[in-house]
Design a protein. Sequence first.
Length: 243
Amino acid sequence: MKQAHRNLIVIIGIVASTFIWSADNEIYITQSGATANIDIEQLGISNLIGGIGSTAGNLTPLDLDGTSMTLDINMIGATNKFFGDIWADSFTGNYNFTGSTNTFSIQVDPSNTYGADSSNHQVNVTGASNTFTLNQGTSALAATLDLDWVIQGSNNTITSNINIDGATNFVDIDGSDNTLTYTGSGVTASAGGYFYLDHTGGSRTFNVQQLSTQDNDWVKITSIGSSGTLCVIQNDQGTSLGC
């Protein structure tokens, strides 16, 4: 898969009999090159797309390297896992999860190989007790990142760490007992970060930190529901006392 404009489509289905579920399908992909378009669909339970923290058959990655890439993930079922190392500039990721107890964990360009800028992530979740982690530009600048989460369900955990530089993080959560942890950090003087949370549901736990050291940041939160905790820290210098 070294050629540009190469499309990859992977579809795995799991068929259930009356008494036994087949399970544990695994996908291993390494892609290097520009303008790749990759589509992956898994149906069923206990499937794995390899990458960070792979287990089962000890897969190594989902490893995508290049510029102007597009990745579409569609996982339907329970206890599925998607891990990935993405080293990209102008990257588009569309992730759709339907079901419970799924795990999603990716990092995008942590060592600034391509710059990690001009990326667009759309995460759509329907289900309960899922765990999602997305780290963008963890030691680089996630310039003009557009990150959108739409979460429908209860007891989900969402964690995101972004090295913000004009990044936008929009989170829409509908359900109870959800936990959100977001940290936006950066040292650039050129652009801050924007975070918007729209939430409906009870017993929530939200921790939002914006830590640009040389710029302005913006937070907007609309939350409807009873009980729970909300902690917001904005800091451009000094030491936070915490919540």
